[in-house]
Design a protein around this ligand. Structure first.
Ligand code: KIV
Ligand code: ZN
Length: 525
């Protein structure tokens, strides 16, 4: 479809809440998912893939909540090629004005042989049967040929043609393992457009992973070859090396519209907000030098560059910082700031909260202002993260902690924890450092044993009294967990981060595994 500008419109399908959340350790609470979904709505994405409802009751609930809360974009839910999955997706989507069921089935020889143990005929039968069934329950049905980039092109064309006949309205061509290179991927799209009957009646989509760092390049090549939907995630979060980054592909389309003749409906001034909200919700920090939304994306250090910038900004910048909503970190609030100032700052940062939640943030802010003179955006966001996390019924909370370290004495700690509905318990331990001693105390009290893979400490704002954010990456029972804690004392922040993980493990709230082999029979779905 051409717009007034003469450019053709590309549909932006955001899968931060589904593929993005599948990244190990990126799981979000329901509140965080809703927050992200609202930000995506403001950003102007066309489709929000809200989750994989059959994966867990939590996923179902999240898709249902997003479907009810966010107006504007189409809400999509993922389903394997099975009747049970499709029914669950349709049920979760009730409440959305515009609903899409997204059915996927692997088509490549590697997946057919080793994962599905199916012949080509089995795959064709199951794909067409499940799409026809999905279409009987929903007007808008997307079909994804998982691992399409490694599928025999002729067989892929046959699958695509048959699922179009069965009623699919969007066909997605994923590079599931990030194997494609731009020219070859563009040729695959061009080949499908040349050979598949009915392809002009559907939307052709692409979904690229970043294993070789080519997700954005491959997506752009496919769009140039005629695809008109791009699937992506904010900050490029996703399985392994992640997905095509929304902000990068959108800004490439906008900045090079002169050449590409394509455009999206994204409000690009909201990109930095969206990036920050997703980074806070997932705990995945954005690299300083990340294109478009990294802290250094518009910073100029060298004298020659600075001189050029002062004379004429376009000498060294292809985009203007204000086009992506880039602001340098600013002082926000202090001891005497009121609720209105807080609410307005939260809105500026992309957070839309209920009045009761604003009250909660306000209370915490006042406590923080007693400890810290100046409160920055980073402090406010850290506070939101810890509030949303605390709302997920915790089994254990920190009552008190003391830790000692220094030269010549073994590091030691004493920790007191309160069990929900139970009594407080205390332990003391020595360790390789004060943080290690604290973790030992927590393990002894809770009985949860986990292997610490990494502990990162970062400052969330500026100034000597800046708060420290601790992020722990932990493995337990072969699964990865990520926990965060923020405090002016980094040992306390580390304890809170570890406790968050322990609470997840104790409550059995395990992160989802990636979609496995569908449990279904060939032919009948
Ligand atoms: O990468 C992939 O193949 C997917 C599909 C489910 C679309 O995420
Ligand atoms: Zn994917």
């Amino acid at each position: 479809m051409q717009n007034g500008s003469g450019n053709e419109r590309v549909i932006v399908f955001d899968t931060t809440l589904r593929d993005g959340e599948q990244a190990p350790g990126a799981s979000m609470t329901l509140q965080q998912k809703l927050q992200v979904a609202r930000v995506l709505g403001h950003l102007g994405v066309d489709v929000i893939e809200a989750g994989f409802p059959v994966a867990s009751p939590g996923d179902f609930e999240a898709v249902q909540a997003v479907a009810r809360a966010v107006e504007g974009p189409t809400i999509a839910a993922l389903a394997r090629a099975s009747r049970g999955d499709i029914d669950r997706a349709v049920d979760a989507l009730t409440g959305a004005r515009k609903q899409r069921v997204h059915v996927f089935l692997a088509t490549s020889p590697i997946h057919r042989q080793h994962k599905l143990k199916m012949s080509r005929e089995d795959v064709l039968r199951l794909a067409t049967g499940s799409v026809a069934y999905a279409r009987s329950r929903c007007e808008d049905v997307e079909f994804s040929a998982e691992d399409a980039a490694r599928t025999e092109p002729e067989f892929l064309a046959e699958v695509v043609e048959r699922v179009i006949e069965a009623g699919a309205t969007t066909i997605n061509i994923p590079d599931t393992v990030g194997y494609a290179v731009p020219a070859q991927f563009a040729e695959l799209i061009a080949f499908l457009r040349r050979t598949v009957r009915g392809i002009d009646d559907i939307v052709l989509s692409v979904h690229c992973h970043d294993d070789l760092g080519l997700a954005v390049a491959n997506s752009l090549a496919a769009l140039q070859a005629g695809a008109r939907q791009v699937e992506c995630t904010v900050n490029g979060v996703g399985e392994r090396a992640g997905n095509c980054s929304l902000e990068e592909v959108v800004m490439a389309l906008r900045t090079r519209a002169d050449f590409l003749k394509l455009e999206t409906g994204i409000r690009t001034q909201q990109l930095c907000n969206a990036s920050r909200v997703v980074a806070a919700a997932t705990g995945f920090h954005v690299a300083r030098n990340k294109a478009v939304v990294g802290q250094n994306a518009f910073a100029h250090e060298s004298g020659i560059h600075q001189h050029g910038m002062i004379e004429f900004p376009l000498t060294y910048e292809v985009m203007r910082p204000e086009d992506v909503g880039f602001k340098s970190t600013s002082l926000v609030l202090g001891k005497h700031s009121g609720r209105h100032a807080l609410a307005s700052r939260l809105r500026d940062l992309g957070y839309e909260l209920e009045p009761a939640q604003i009250d909660q943030v306000f209370e915490e802010l006042k406590k923080l202002a007693d400890k810290k003179k100046e409160i920055y955006d980073g402090d406010l966001e850290a506070l939101l993260v810890s509030l949303f996390h605390r709302s997920a019924a915790a089994s254990w909370t920190l009552v008190s902690l003391t830790a000692a370290s220094g030269t010549g004495t073994p590091p030691s700690a004493a920790v007191r924890l309160q069990r929900r509905g139970g009594r407080a318990q205390e332990e003391a331990a020595t360790g390789d450092g004060p943080v290690d001693a604290v973790f030992k105390c927590i393990e002894r009290i809770t009985g949860v044993n986990a292997k610490l893979r990494s502990l990162q400490i970062a400052s969330v704002s500026a100034g000597e009294d800046a708060q420290g954010e601790a992020t722990v990456d932990v493995e337990s029972d072969g699964r990865r967990f990520r926990g965060r804690g923020v405090n002016t004392d980094i040992v306390v922040a580390s304890a809170e981060a570890y406790l968050e993980v322990v609470n997840h493990i104790a409550a059995g709230r395990l992160p989802r595994r990636s979609p496995a082999v569908p449990e279904m029979t060939c032919g009948a779905v």
